[in-house]
Design a protein around this ligand. Structure first.
Ligand code: DOR
Ligand code: ZN
Length: 345
């Protein structure tokens, strides 16, 4: 199939970046790199510097292009954002509601604070990527995505009807319906894990921190809606792993971090889901065509090989001095194996 891209990934920084980036780069030609570092990537200079650190860490033979994102705060400057977009540094902006997830403390406290930014993005055709969860503590955690649609996304859509946006890592039937019922400017990414686990996975015989991410996995009916959307062939749904590594000690803790590290076996995981749905022929559109078309980027010309040959996922993946990370599918056998980039002759 055509070489895929990852339209949502956390590559981190420093030793963790060096340990994880090639897991993404060996499969994906491009990736949208999330800006939730500490401190977050809020300026053109910070994004250029982070891009250089990624390029220094990646194996250049893999031919990987990181696409950089501007983290929005209440104080984001429309001129800085437009300049970064015009200079080809920023591909999009990311809206994290303040305190919604890892390193989101500097996120947006009220969308009224970024209305000038959103107006500018609408005018210049720059996509907005949304972490779609409200942070109101009175809202049940399993309802935060659906309530975000009513309280925030619908308002953004009404006020900025020409704004291109991606509802990131959707987890609910409500999000699928919202995206389907919106015009062609609204799309969504779907992770490998939300296609495979429901909320029971977090409590399977005991508390399972490696199944915890945000947005949190929901009931089975939501997982089934995501699977239908992913394999539907609709150009509005595309691949975004949300691979989010945390060392074991940070996950297996009294207050464990949110995030599932799925980069090492991402395409194999999606292939398993598409095959189970009888839609392996639709994997290429989801993984390699819908995303670039939405972003207005060329499709990758390279091809990759997936073989029907089982692969055993290790229980941990070493990340050097920092320790180890438990990958998604740890200890499982997957039926499709990524065999690399096809030779061009
Ligand atoms: O599970 C998550 N982990 N969700 C996010 O939104 C952030 C991510 C992270 O950076 O760890
Ligand atoms: Zn994410």
């Amino acid at each position: 199939m055509r070489r895929p891209d990852d339209w949502h990934v956390h590559l981190r920084d420093g030793a963790m970046l060096a340990a994880v980036v090639n897991h993404t780069a060996r499969q994906f030609a491009r990736a949208i790199v999330m800006p939730n570092l500490a401190p977050p990537v809020t300026t053109v200079a910070a994004a250029r510097a982070y891009r250089a650190r990624i390029e220094a860490a990646v194996d250049t033979a893999l031919g990987f292009t990181p696409l950089m994102i501007c983290y929005l705060t209440d104080h984001s400057d429309p001129d800085e954002i437009e300049r970064g977009f015009a200079e080809g540094v920023f591909t999009a902006c990311k809206l994290y509601p303040a305190h919604a997830t890892t390193n989101s403390a500097h996120g947006v406290s009220d969308i009224g604070a970024i209305s000038a930014v959103l107006a500018r993005m609408e005018r210049i055709g720059m996509p907005l990527l949304l972490h779609g969860e409200v942070t109101d503590p009175t809202i049940d955690i399993f309802d935060r995505e659906a309530v975000f649609i009513e309280r925030v996304y619908a308002r953004i859509q009404a006020d900025f009807p020409g704004l291109r946006s991606v509802f990131e890592h959707i987890t609910t039937v409500e999000a699928v319906a919202f995206v389907e019922n919106s015009g062609p400017l609204v799309a969504a990414t779907i992770t490998p894990h939300h296609l495979r686990i429901n909320r029971n996975a977090m409590f399977d015989g005991g508390i399972r921190p490696h199944a915890y991410c945000l947005p949190v996995a929901k009931r089975e009916r939501h997982r089934l809606a995501l699977r239908r959307a992913a394999v539907s062939g609709s150009p509005k749904f595309f691949l975004g792993t949300d691979s989010a590594p945390h060392i074991i000690a940070a996950k297996e803790s009294a207050c464990g971090c949110a995030g599932i590290f799925n980069a090492p076996f991402a395409i194999e995981s999606y292939a398993a889901t598409f095959e189970e749905e009888g839609a392996i022929d639709r994997l290429e559109g989801f993984a390699a065509e819908h995303g670039p078309r939405f972003y207005g980027l060329p499709l990758n010309e390279e091809r990759i090989v997936l073989e029907r040959d089982p692969i055993d996922v290790p229980t941990t993946i070493d990340v050097g001095a920092a320790g180890a990370v438990v990958p998604f599918h740890a200890g499982e056998r997957l039926q499709w194996r990524y065999a690399g980039i096809a030779s061009s002759d």
